[in-house]
Write a protein that binds this ligand. Sequence first.
Ligand SMILES: [Cu+2]
Length: 191
Amino acid sequence: MVKFSFLAVVLTAFLASNVNGENYTVQVGVDDTLAFAPDRFDANVGDNIVFHWVSAKAKHTVIEADREATCMKSNKPLAFASVAYTGNPEAPPKAVWKLDTAGPLYYFCNIGTHCSEANMYAMINVLEVGQTPQVPGFTKLPEPKSTSTSASPSKKTKAAAADEPSSANDGKRVSFAVVCGALISLAVNLI
Ligand SMILES: [Cu+2]
């Protein structure tokens, strides 16, 4: 039984590490500006984009568009569209966009003139599964700025972040692992 239990643990760990894509974080209203950060990066089919509304100063939305800078909602029947949130830097409202098709994804904020005058739009280059992102996004939020003079996070390259585990995925992975472990243990005990 010890061997079977060990096998179960190994199998569980293997399954848990392969079931989810990355979770990329996009800050909506970063640094209280009319902008998304990062505003352009590569991801893969199967990844999730987790939008964090971080500005308490204005309402914003995330609305899918068919092309860049049009400020018009996509014609797709299932086009992504969030509700309008006023942000909270300590506990940001969030929305998750799961990437299921390769190709460029465009989105914008449809509040007032945020898109048309402040250029509050952005894109994600969605690659096929297995293709290596050349411009990695944030897999966790950038460190909070210590002064108001720091550079915009959207301009940083995030090579370091790409090497870090996706903390937002851990909860799901753990719960998936627990379910798998329980099922495998059950099966092993029945043998
Ligand atoms: Cu906005």
